[in-house]
Design a binder for this molecule. Structure first.
Ligand code: SAH
Length: 227
C-alpha cells in the first residue's frame, strides 16, 4: 500500500489543486482495491483535503493509506478504516444525527459531516479538540458540534443518536452509548485488547443488540477521564 504512495505522489501531495487531487485519486483507487465499495464514501474521500488535518511536516504523507501521528500520543486513523466505518454506518440508510467518540484530528468527523445532517463529536484531549474546531471553522463545515468530555458517557443532552461511531478501542461498548442509540440505530466500534481488535457493528433492536464481527483493526485505546 504505502509503496503505491512513495516518490512522486508523496511529494506532489504537498502541493494544492491538481497535485493533491491526483494523490487523492490514487488513494481512492487503493481503497477500492481493499474492498471499499460505497461510491458516496469514495466521493467524499476523493474531495476531503486530509493534508489539512496533519502537521505540515507530515502533510506530504497525507494520502498514504496509513495512520499518522497527530501529537499527544494520538493518531489520525488510516483512510481505509475511516472509509470502512463510514460505509458500515450508512449502509442501511444515511443516519441524520451521528455521535463520534474520539475527535482526534477531526478527519473522520469531517468525512461524516459531508454525508449526514449533524455530527456530534466528543474528545477527551482539549488541545486536539481546539485544533479540530479551528479546522472545521476554516473549512466552513457548519454541521459538526463538538464537546470536550469523556466519551464513555456519550453526550446525554443531545441523545438519542441515529448512529454512533467509536474511533478508539475498548474491551466493551460503554453502556451509556448503547442507551443513547435510537431503536434500529447502528453503532460501529473497534473492540478488544491491543493486537486483537476487531471492527464490530451493532444494531439496536428494542432492548436487544445484534452484533457482527468484521475486520481486524488497530486503534488507540479508549481511555477514561479527561486528557
Ligand atoms: N477520529 C479521529 C481518530 C483519532 S484517534 C481522526 O479521524 O483523526 C482516537 C481519539 O480518541 C484520540 O484523539 C483520543 O484522545 C480519543 N479518545 C480516547 N479515549 C477517549 C474518551 N474516553 N473520550 C473521548 N475521546 C477519547
Amino acid at each position: 500500500m504505502s509503496t503505491l504512495f512513495g516518490g512522486a505522489a508523496a511529494v506532489s501531495a504537498r502541493g494544492h489543486g491538481m497535485t493533491s487531487q491526483r494523490a487523492r485519486d490514487r488513494l481512492v483507487a487503493a481503497l477500492r482495491e481493499e474492498g471499499v465499495r460505497d461510491p458516496r464514501v469514495l466521493d467524499v474521500i476523493r474531495t476531503m483535503p486530509r493534508h489539512l488535518f496533519l502537521d505540515e511536516a507530515l502533510a506530504s504523507r497525507a494520502y498514504e493509506n496509513t495512520a499518522l501521528p497527530i501529537g499527544l500520543g494520538q493518531t489520525i486513523s488510516q483512510p481505509w478504516v475511516v472509509a470502512r466505518m463510514t460505509e458500515l454506518l450508512i449502509e442501511g440508510g444515511v443516519p441524520g444525527r451521528v455521535l463520534e467518540i474520539g475527535t482526534g484530528s477531526g478527519y473522520q468527523a469531517a468525512v461524516l459531516a459531508a454525508l449526514v445532517d449533524t455530527v456530534y463529536t466528543v474528545e477527551r484531549i482539549e488541545e486536539l479538540l481546539r485544533k479540530a474546531r479551528r479546522l472545521f471553522r476554516n473549512m466552513k463545515i457548519a454541521n459538526i458540534r463538538s464537546r470536550h468530555d469523556d466519551g464513555n458517557i456519550g453526550w446525554p443532552a443531545e441523545a438519542p443518536f441515529d448512529a454512533i461511531v467509536l474511533t478508539a478501542a475498548g474491551e466493551t461498548v460503554p453502556r451509556a452509548l448503547l442507551d443513547q442509540l435510537v431503536d434500529g440505530g447502528v453503532l460501529v466500534a473497534p473492540l478488544g485488547p491491543p493486537g486483537a481488535q476487531r471492527l464490530m457493528r451493532f444494531r439496536r433492536d428494542g432492548d436487544q443488540m445484534c452484533s457482527e464481527e468484521l475486520e481486524p483493526v488497530s486503534f488507540v485505546p479508549l481511555l477514561g477521564g479527561l486528557g
